[in-house]
Design a protein around this ligand. Sequence first.
Ligand code: ATP
Ligand code: MG
Length: 584
Amino acid sequence: MTDLATVTLPVATPRQARRILGQTLRPHWRAASLALTVLIGTVGAGLFIPPALGTLVDIVYTGGEHGDLTRPLVTLAVATLVQGALSSGGWLLIVQVGETALAGLRETVLGHALSLPQAEIERGGTGDLVSRVSNDVDKVSEALRRGIPQFLWSACAVVLTVGGLAALDWRFALAGLVSLPFYAWAARGYLTVSPPLFAAERRAEGERSQQLVETLGGFLTIQALLLGPRHLRRTDVRSEAARRASIKAMDTTAWFFSRIHLGELTGTGTVLVLGAWLVGNGDATVGEATAAALYFIRLYDPIGLLVNLLDEVQSATASLSRLVGILQVEAPARPGGPEPRDTTLTLRGVRFGYADGPDVLYGVDLEIRPGEHVALVGASGAGKTTLAALVAGIHEPRTGSIELGGTPLAGMSRADLARHITLISQEVHVFAGTLAEDLRLADADATEPHLREALSLVGAISWVDLLPDGLDTRVGTGGFALTPVQAQQIALARLVLRDPAVAVLDEATAEAGSAGARELEASMARVLAGRTALLVAHRLTTAAAADRVVIMRDGQIVEQGPPSELATRGGPYSELWHAWQTHR
Ligand SMILES: Nc1ncnc2c1ncn2[C@@H]1O[C@H](COP(=O)(O)OP(=O)(O)OP(=O)(O)O)[C@@H](O)[C@H]1O
Ligand SMILES: [Mg+2]
């Protein structure tokens, strides 16, 4: 079963997780203390209810006057109203604090994940990452929004209600405490047994998500290679593991509740027996004994909640640890080297492989001079996209070096890299939002004339002006569907706005159709003018327009030179050229 072993991202210890939670909540302490005060007020108001009911019982029992009923009835009404009003206000405050704090935490984690080299995330699995920022954030969110406030409310309610019992007669409080050992017994068992079970449940769920992402992500390949049954089997195994882990965790919860009910039974029984005895002795009225029993019954909810919350706190701590674990994946230190001298790109003996896999590039040497346009050509799987990603600084070579104007890319900060080099990937992603928002991802301060200028340069302004809302048309998921050529043009416009000295373009493999392709070629030529460019060319006409063509085969450069020279040399390029001519 070794092929099912999954490398996952690290998990923080509960202590580290709590420290981060503290840091997240600290800025909101004012709102949090206000909310807490309101909650204490809610519990306080509720304390008036049992004695008022007790007084009513006494009045009825002893055959009192009608007029005597007024005071307890007014007390009941006022206490209930105040309790209701404070309670809704208090929860509202709490939800606000919880949500704001959580949004901060999610941003921190996601921001960190996005700043990591792609390789680190891939090693841990994007499915696991997705599961953490969705499932685990939900669990923590639930705890912040509901769990922590309910925990505080319950704790308050227990302390104050036991105080109320003691105020009636200290012996009632003592009788109520008889149930304590049962609660403690249940809680202790639960606290030692459940954490590993919940951690296992989360982990199993993460692995199931990882498997689903892999299966769905590789859908076409799986179909093509008839790997369906194998992937179904793997998904089954992971789903079954997740189901078992959940049931195991649920079993413990059920066991826990049976102990709690035992505690409730013992406590109520003792308070009732004691009440009967005190009434018999003349030490308490029937009304007081009633109030005591009602007080104890009022403890069921907060104690039940505390129990429930132990469960939720456990599970939220497990989730928080996984969330905070992402922060522990360290991005390799990038000291920020000297400013590059010029835009010469120099690759020396570059070897690279994905994650723990074998090398896919075997010692690539290449120099691209300032302003030069180099086209990278080769069969599928030759390593073109990989080399492009390395040149854009997305991956780092295993051995060898890549320098921009004498400064190693590995030594440049992410911000510097992004300032100098822009990559347009093979599959362009159009982000959900308006077209203007999508373009401003490249330059947040770009004015509308700037955006329009960039769109004109890439030849997109004519169709953008025909969109229902022009630049404010919603695009991406759920919005106006752009054609592949349009999406490429938007990517080119983003490049124009970002205005880097070096552009790395991975031409889309999908045939854009001849007219579309010619249009894109023209856009590309305008965009690249004056920049140093590495261009992965799937269409040989694109390659023919470059200053130099580099042919790759199996992770190595096998031929290079000006396209006009290579075309007549009789080497790999002219073979490709002839094949291209005949198949077109
Ligand atoms: N994320 C990845 N994880 C593991 N191996 C990968 C990954 N991406 C690419 N490879 C492998 O690296 C090698 C080079 O792939 P690459 O995508 O660079 O080829 P390419 O020349 O861009 O091909 P195409 O013309 O199909 O785009 C291939 O053997 C491929 O299977
Ligand atoms: Mg590719």
